[in-house]
Design a protein around this ligand. Structure first.
Ligand SMILES: Nc1nc2c(ncn2[C@@H]2O[C@H](COP(=O)(O)OP(=O)(O)OP(=O)(O)O)[C@@H](O)[C@H]2O)c(=O)[nH]1
Ligand SMILES: [Mg+2]
Ligand SMILES: [Zn+2]
Length: 312
C-alpha cells in the first residue's frame, strides 16, 4: 500500500465483513483491509462504502455507507433490527438431507427476503446422499413462488442449474451449518480461494465459515453474478420493522388475503378467513400456514421486546 494510493477518498465494495474487520474492493479490483470509522457505523458484506485513509494509524477507514438498494436484516433477541447483507438481489437458502432441514427457519429467511424485495430460492444440496428431502415441502415453496434446484457440490450434479439460477444476480447463500454452502462456492468457483482465514475449526474439528465473503463470477454461465457465502445459523428471525405487518412476507397470504371477510384479517382466529379456507381445501400447505402462525406470534413477541428495549 503506497502513500499515494491512499492520498484521496474512494468508493469501494465490502467483500468481507467480520465484526469490525472489513475487506473492501476498489473499482480497480484491488482489495484492502479497512475498518468502520465509528462505533455507530454498521457495515455488512455487500455494502458500498466511502473510504478515507487514516495516515496516523496507516489504515483505511470506511467513513460512510452509500444508500443500500436492498438490505437483508434480522431481529436480534432484543427485537432490534441488525443488518446481515446488503445490495443482494437474491437469497438462496441451502438445505440438505443432512443436517436435516428446519423448514421453519427456511420459511423465515424467505419471508425476510420477500419483505426486502429480494428474490428467494431454495438449493437442495448433497443430492448424492441417498436420503430424500421432503418433496411436499419443495412443492409448497414452488407454489409460493420460490424456485428450487437440486445439486451436489461433491459430485457436481445439478451445478449447471444452480449456475443458471445465479447468473447475473447478486446472491447470498444462507442456511444451517454443514449443509454445504462453502462447498458450493468452491465447486462453482474453483479458482476462488475460499480464504482459509475466514474458516475456523468448530468443536468437532470441521471447517466452518465465520465471516460473509463475496465472490464474483468472471466466466461461465453465471458471468456477471456475485455469490456471497455466509456463516451457518441455527435460527433466523426477520427484522420486525421491515416486515409487512399484513403478510409477514408470505406470498400466499398476500395472494389469498383479498378473499378474507375482514380487510385487517390476521388469519389467526377470524371468521371467513380465505387463508384458513385454503388450508382446509388443501390448496395451502398446512406446514406453511403453521409457519405463518408461529411467525405471527414471534412477531408480536419481538415487537414487545423492542418496546421494552426502546423504553430502557
Ligand atoms: N455428500 C456430500 N457432502 C457434501 C456436499 N457438499 C458439502 N458436503 C460436506 O458437508 C460438510 C459441510 O460442508 P461446508 O461446505 O463446510 O458447509 P457450510 O454450509 O459452508 O457450513 P458452515 O460454514 O458451518 O455454515 C463438509 O464435510 C462437506 O464435505 C455434497 O454435495 N455431498
Ligand atoms: Mg461455510
Ligand atoms: Zn384471513
Amino acid at each position: 500500500m503506497t502513500a499515494t494510493s491512499l492520498s484521496d477518498g474512494f468508493e469501494a465494495e465490502v467483500v468481507a465483513a467480520f465484526g469490525r474487520h472489513l475487506i473492501v474492493r476498489r473499482s480497480d479490483g484491488g482489495e484492502l483491509r479497512a475498518r468502520p470509522a465509528g462505533r455507530r457505523l454498521s457495515i455488512v458484506c455487500g455494502d458500498r462504502v466511502r473510504c478515507e485513509p487514516d495516515r496516523v494509524h496507516d489504515e483505511v477507514l470506511a467513513v460512510e455507507v452509500l444508500p443500500r438498494r436492498t438490505l437483508l436484516a434480522r431481529a436480534n433477541l432484543r427485537g432490534d433490527s441488525e443488518p446481515v447483507v446488503a445490495n443482494i438481489t437474491q437469497l438462496v437458502v441451502v438445505i440438505a438431507p443432512v443436517p436435516s432441514p428446519d423448514f421453519f427457519v427456511v420459511d423465515r429467511y424467505l419471508c425476510a427476503a420477500t419483505a426486502a424485495d429480494i428474490a428467494g430460492a431454495v438449493a437442495v444440496n448433497k443430492s448424492d446422499v441417498p436420503e430424500p428431502v421432503a418433496q411436499a415441502e419443495l412443492a409448497a415453496y414452488a407454489a409460493a413462488g420460490y424456485p428450487h434446484v437440486a445439486c451436489s457440490a461433491k459430485s457436481g450434479t445439478g451445478l449447471d442449474g444452480l449456475r443458471a439460477l445465479l447468473a447475473d444476480a447478486v446472491s447470498v447463500l444462507v442456511g444451517q451449518s454443514g449443509v454445504g454452502k462453502s462447498s458450493i462456492v468452491r465447486a462453482l468457483l474453483p479458482d476462488a480461494t475460499v480464504a482459509t482465514g475466514d474458516l475456523v475449526r468448530d468443536e468437532e474439528g470441521r471447517h466452518t465459515t465465520t465471516a460473509s465473503r463475496a465472490y464474483r463470477f468472471s466466466s461461465g454461465l453465471a458471468s456477471g453474478g456475485t455469490l456471497i457465502d455466509s456463516p451457518g445459523v441455527r435460527d433466523f428471525a426477520p427484522a420486525v420493522d421491515r416486515l409487512d405487518a399484513r403478510t409477514l412476507g408470505f406470498p400466499e397470504v398476500e395472494r389469498l388475503s383479498p378473499g378474507c371477510r375482514f380487510s385487517d384479517c390476521k388469519h389467526m382466529n377470524e371468521p371467513d378467513c380465505a387463508i384458513v379456507a385454503a388450508v382446509d381445501a388443501g390448496a395451502l400447505s398446512t406446514r406453511r400456514y403453521e409457519s405463518y402462525r408461529r411467525l405471527r406470534r414471534r412477531y408480536l413477541d419481538l415487537m414487545e421486546a423492542q418496546g421494552f428495549s426502546k423504553r430502557r
